[in-house]
Design a protein around this ligand. Structure first.
Ligand code: PMP
Ligand code: GLN
Length: 392
């Protein structure tokens, strides 16, 4: 049989998360690869989903999403960021941020267009841009003074007359960077000057550490009318399996995204939407506790990785630490990550798969710290004990 997979999707194969979680299951290794918490979200939120199911609310919700969730998202954006969105015409509920990103890219970019994204990028970005037929232009984040950032001149040089969209993920997976006011202002100024649309991925909006603050790009001058803001419930309420996300944007942009979204999934599941609406309205204190706990876990894992010999970069947000392998005498993260479960009983993710050219991220791996403290400690003990520096 000839290759059944359509040409533009060749090369995307199986996601690294599926590969590495399967490896963890097969070897019994501790999974610090795929980013999902090993503890449940707030009881009140979980209970609401059960009540919705038991209460018979099990048929299709309305296409744009349940009004109660659209209203809760509008209230959250207003209270937290001072942004005003109309729940009826400016908010759309999606099947996770993943569908929101896909529907947005497919709605706004097509063959002949270029989409800029900061690399390393979350793996769905490249696949989604490929599906759309547009061309991805990566702008590389590199370590400067211990954090990953971009060179504004490189960003500016990546814009061509064909550039239509810039995809901005902050807090950033996998680098942990939370873009500063100055970085966001530079992106915003370029979007305005070159008349670009922005799609922002803010799924880690609550998970920022120390004195970092999450600022939505849409709050910058000239950006509200050209930005599709995306977030989701998975990280905020430790319910990554619920796949409930949303889009906030002006009416013409939401209408464009909705046009595509309705043919991808039509609607997402109703019971989760009710539960997430409850969470946004009532679980602020629980989320603040999660943030503080995660910051402590970040410190715990960083210290452990450092003592095992990695060079680590302090993340300002997210679930993830980037680690450079070269001090251990390794330089291929993919080979390292594939052999680590067998050698050491720990799973990580090779960051190189998040680069347009894997060579640029060859020596990095990503570890997740959204795990119980004892799990992090056990992983660190294994990394120190059998020694990740042992031959790959
Ligand atoms: N964007 C980023 C940066 C992510 O890390 C993830 C992983 N959860 C997603 C989007 C997908 O979010 P969701 O599970 O809501 O689809
Ligand atoms: N967002 C999570 C990560 O980066 C998992 C996403 C996925 O499994 N697709 O690890």
């Amino acid at each position: 049989m000839t290759e059944p997979l359509v040409g533009r999707m060749r090369g995307f194969g199986t996601t690294i998360f599926a590969e590495m979680s399967a490896l963890a299951a097969a070897t019994g290794a501790i999974n610090l690869g795929q980013g999902f918490p090993d503890e449940d979200g707030p009881e009140g939120v979980l209970r609401r989903a059960v009540l919705a199911i038991e209460g018979g609310r099990n048929q299709y919700p309305p296409g744009p999403g349940l009004p109660v969730l659209r209203e809760a998202v509008a209230a959250q954006r207003l209270e937290r960021y001072g942004q005003s969105y109309d729940p009826d015409s400016e908010i759309l509920i999606t099947v996770g941020a993943t569908e929101a990103i896909a529907a947005s890219v497919l709605a706004l970019a097509g063959p002949g267009d270029e989409v800029i994204a900061f690399e390393p990028f979350y793996d769905s970005y490249a696949a989604t841009v490929a599906l759309s037929g547009a061309t991805l232009r990566p702008v590389t984040l590199r370590p400067v003074g211990g954090r990953f950032t971009f060179d504004p001149d490189e960003l500016r040089a990546a814009v061509t007359p064909r550039t239509r969209v810039i995809l901005v993920n902050s807090p950033h997976n996998p680098c942990g960077t939370v873009f500063t006011r100055e970085e966001l202002a530079a992106i915003a100024a370029l979007c305005v000057e070159r008349d670009l649309l922005a799609i922002t991925d803010e799924v880690y909006e609550y998970l920022v550490f120390d004195d970092a603050a999450h600022l939505p790009l849409a709050t910058f001058p000239g950006m509200r009318e050209r930005t599709v803001t995306i977030s989701s419930a998975g990280k905020t309420f430790s319910v990554t399996g619920w796949k409930t996300g949303w889009v906030c944007a002006p009416p013409p942009l939401v209408a464009a995204v909705r046009t595509v979204k309705q043919f991808l999934t039509y609607v997402g599941s109703g019971p989760w939407q009710e539960a997430v609406a409850y969470g946004l309205a009532h679980e602020g204190p629980w989320v603040a506790g999660l943030r503080a706990t995660l910051q402590a876990k970040r410190d715990r894992l960083m210290e452990g990785l450092e003592s095992a010999g990695f060079q680590v970069f302090r993340p300002e947000g997210t679930y993830f630490v980037q680690a450079d392998l070269r001090p251990l005498g390794h330089d291929d993260g993919l080979a390292f990550a594939r052999s680590l479960p067998e050698r050491c009983g720990v799973v990580c993710v090779p960051t190189q798969v998040f680069y347009a050219d894997p060579a640029r991220g060859r020596h990095y791996v990503r570890f997740a710290f959204c795990k119980r403290a004892e799990v992090i400690d056990a992983a660190v003990a294994r990394l120190k004990g059998s020694g990740p520096a042992a031959s790959a």
